[in-house]
Design a protein around this ligand. Sequence first.
Ligand SMILES: [Zn+2]
Length: 99
Amino acid sequence: MDHLSCDLCGKALLADEPVRYQVRIQVYAAYDPLELTPDDLSRDHRDEIHALLERLAAADPREVEESVYKELHFDLCMACQRRYICAPLPRPAEAAPAP
Ligand SMILES: [Zn+2]
């Protein structure tokens, strides 16, 4: 996203387009409210917390962060904006493979 070219087709935006579009995508982990029971509150969670901290210490910080929240920004020309809003989520066969 450089504000100068379309992130899909590469077309120059400022010189060739009267308007440009910005796409802001937020992907974040959804959660459901916890349902705590008296047993949950009375149980010792230290071993679980310790195990979680060990897993996090060994994990890639970027991967951990992206598993919780990721924000993406793109610039689009008018033609790509029209295509994008018709199909914002590509089917798995059309999407790029996961890194
Ligand atoms: Zn474009």
